[in-house]
Design a binder for this molecule. Structure first.
Ligand SMILES: *Cc1c(COP(=O)(O)O)cnc(C)c1O
Length: 420
């Protein structure tokens, strides 16, 4: 009785206004969202958070006991789909995606080293990698040791200092030295260190460092891997033993990727095989052409017999293929120094001066004023870089067209004085 009377006392609920319904409807994804089957092109899933069925299910997913997504920074489908591809390309048990190549290196460092650890880093690294591993790591209490990893004596003395990890690039910028990854892996493991390899210049289609004994490999997807110059991402692949902590470090330090960028990268990587084949073929032809040209003092390209690492590159990069590829970057040293470099950049109208690499188009870089500008000119000299050093990243234009244009560009250069 009392119930009834209290019910009748309640004010009539006002029916929801039609606009409320429409506005609420705007927030529903729609019934077709839960599609079944496999769309041939994966969708972009930009959701920041996922709905959970119950506290127990949320707990199980967050602890990793049950598969499923909760929060984008921890995991999201586009990163997982892209990581699957990276895993396959490196034949690795583990892969993860980060917001940039630098985020990949940061995640590896933070996951594997701590205050007090020594780090052995190659003296030929991407500029920001040197900054991260030297200045930033030192601020965190680690002790970075810069080593010429191409020198066996220097290597021997660094192993005595028991570094926690060793960082090297498969093909180092801009002299394109090739690291003896199998030898380094052996020595690093004997010394109790992890071998970490930056494989950005090579890509897994030229070299697979994990198969040669490395513990962790990473690539900037911003370069040749995606290849379209329209995103920034990094990828990490590792052995099972070295995978520990990497995924949680990516989320905890906020180094995670964006779904849209992952979706674009997955599309870009679809054509990696075609792009690498074309760019490496054109690179070899440019290297051969330039090495015979009177305006050029010397050419760095691991595919040339004169390169110090040619035999090593042949051995490391063969990987069961019928033809070895030596990468898509060629470095030219002009006889006419700074004036030659300016002249070349003016003349090479088809090849823009973009201080990056791995674009669809062939691009030029000038290490002395860009990637290596923070070094003194003596330090650059020790690495074999001067004002007349030009790095060429080959694109996917027809090989014959590129070779023809380079012939014209090189012919237009002064060849008389050698300014060195
Ligand atoms: C570009 C580059 C990086 C850094 O990658 P980002 O995606 O730009 O952060 C690291 N190593 C090498 C060799 C690179 O060329």
């Amino acid at each position: 009785m009392s119930n009834r009377s209290s019910e009748s006392d309640r004010p009539e609920p006002t029916p929801p206004h039609r606009t409320d319904e429409l506005e609420a409807a705007c927030l529903h994804a729609g019934s077709s969202f839960e599609f079944s089957g496999h769309p041939s092109t994966p969708p972009i899933v930009p959701t920041a958070v996922w709905e959970c069925e119950s506290p127990a299910q949320a707990d199980a997913m967050l602890s990793g006991e049950q598969p499923g997504y909760v929060y984008q920074r921890d995991r999201h489908p586009n990163a997982d789909w892209l990581a699957d591809r990276i895993r396959d390309l490196h034949q690795a048990p583990f892969a993860a995606i980060t917001s940039s190549g630098m985020a990949a290196l940061a995640a590896i460092l933070l996951a594997h080293a701590r205050s007090g650890d020594r780090l052995a880093i190659s003296n030929q690294l991407y500029g920001r990698s040197t900054l991260l591993m030297q200045q930033e790591a030192a601020r965190l209490g680690m002790s970075p040791l810069v080593v010429d990893l191409f020198d066996s004596k220097a290597r021997k003395s660094v192993w005595k200092k028991q570094p926690k990890l060793v960082l090297v690039e498969t093909i180092a910028n801009p002299r394109l030295r090739v690291a003896d990854l199998s030898g380094l892996a052996q020595e690093a493991h004997d010394a109790g260190a992890l071998l970490v390899v930056d494989n950005t210049f090579a890509t897994p289609l030229v070299c697979q460092p994990l198969a040669l004994g490395a513990d962790v490999v990473y690539e900037s997807l911003s370069k040749l891997m995606n290849g379209h110059g329209d995103l920034m991402l990094g990828a990490i692949a590792s052995t099972q033993a070295a995978a520990d902590r990497i995924a949680s470090t990516i989320s905890t330090w906020g180094l995670a990727s964006s779904p849209f960028d992952c979706w674009l990268a997955q599309r870009g990587i679809g054509t990696l095989g075609l792009r690498v084949e074309r760019a490496c073929e054109t690179a070899l032809q440019l290297a051969v052409l330039a090495s015979k040209h009177p305006a050029i003092r010397s050419v760095d390209y691991p595919g040339l017999a004169a390169h110090p690492d040619h035999e090593l590159a042949k051995r490391l990069f063969l990987n069961g293929q019928s033809q070895v590829r030596f990468g898509h970057v060629v470095t030219l040293h002009l006889r006419s120094g700074a004036s030659g470099a300016n002249q070349l950049i003016r003349e090479a109208k088809d090849f823009p001066f973009c201080p990056s690499l791995g674009e669809l188009r062939t691009t030029l870089s000038h290490p002395a004023s860009t990637s290596h500008r923070s070094l003194t000119s003596e330090a650059r000299g020790e690495l074999g870089i001067d004002e007349g050093t030009i790095r060429v990243s080959l694109g996917i234009e027809p090989t014959a067209w590129v070779v023809d244009r380079w012939n014209q560009v090189l012919d237009s250069l002064d060849r008389g004085e050698d300014t060195r």
